[in-house]
Design a protein around this ligand. Structure first.
Ligand code: B12
Length: 217
């Protein structure tokens, strides 16, 4: 299958919530030696974006969202180890602690950012979703990370991005870490307002930003 044939099929598999097809297409992409970053961005991401639109239009409900999220996870479970392997040996970026903030269970976008950072040469410690703010700091301190990435998809939980920065200040640790924020309600303006080091609107931009903040592009 050519790229032009396989990318729409990947997107369709996510929209249909078809785990088996999503996984099989990812395996085919690996076998064919396709650029896996491009596969994620042009094959799978348009699918999950479409799912978001269908939800907003009231066409999709919770069960559809969950099966689509599962299909995305199935594809990423094939692609992640490959992306990870490629990053090995070029881990120049340092350690990054990432998670979705407390009170928020959305993890699809965060998982994409984590995968892309890993592929981009960072060592990624993914704490998952609904992560206690203290846990981000404890982990960053324990592993010697240089960067903390906070995802939030709810207008209510984005306040936790601000709180995390406040906690770092209280502990005298603010200057030790670069803090990146993202997720649908975040913006460049929000990042500035809360004193974060940066904001990126998607996973590819997140890697670029992380690299420039880590001192190499
Ligand atoms: C899928 C989904 C769900 C799934 C989540 C499954 C999962 N495992 O993640 C389920 C069904 C479980 C769910 C639950 C809920 N959801 Co929901 N959900 C969505 C939906 C449709 C898509 C989100 C998504 O995955 N997008 C695709 C990914 C790829 O995009 P992304 O997350 O934005 O991530 C990209 C960028 O933002 C960026 N990025 C993300 N994180 C980071 C971090 C950093 C550091 C950086 C730099 C960049 C970055 O890069 C990513 C990749 O390109 C959105 C609608 C939308 N359009 O966003 C609603 C949405 C976020 N949900 C919403 C709501 C209200 C809920 C619920 C409260 C519903 C309910 N009443 O139960 C619960 C939340 C419970 C909780 N406590 O968290 C609202 C939020 C409204 C608001 N303003 O707060 C939205 C906007 C829908 C709506 N229009 O009403 N949801």
């Amino acid at each position: 299958m050519t790229k032009n044939e396989i990318y729409p099929k990947m997107s369709e598999a996510i929209v249909a919530g078809d785990r088996v097809a999503a996984r099989a297409l990812a395996e085919e992409a690996v076998r064919s030696g396709l650029d896996l970053l491009e596969v994620v961005e042009k094959g799978y991401v348009p699918g999950i974006q479409k799912v978001g639109e269908l939800w907003e239009q009231g066409e999709y409900f919770l069960p559809e969202l969950i099966t689509s999220a599962e299909a995305m996870k199935a594809a990423m479970s094939v692609l992640d180890p490959e992306l990870n392997r490629k990053g090995v040996g070029t881990r120049m970026g340092g350690k990054v602690v990432i998670g979705t903030v407390e009170g928020d269970i959305h993890d699809i976008g965060k998982n994409l950012v984590a995968s892309m950072l890993q592929a981009g040469g960072f060592e990624v410690i993914d704490l998952g979703a609904d992560v206690k703010l203290e846990k981000f700091i404890e982990t960053a301190e324990a592993v010697g990370a240089g960067m903390i990435c906070l995802s939030a998809l709810l207008t209510t939980t984005m306040a936790n991005q601000r709180r995390l920065i406040g906690l770092l200040r209280d502990k005298g640790l603010r200057d030790k870490y670069k803090v990146l924020v993202g997720g649908a309600p975040a913006s460049r303006k929000w990042a500035e307002e809360i004193g974060a080091d940066g904001y990126a609107e998607n996973a590819v931009a997140a890697v670029k930003l992380a690299k420039s903040l880590a001192g190499h592009s």
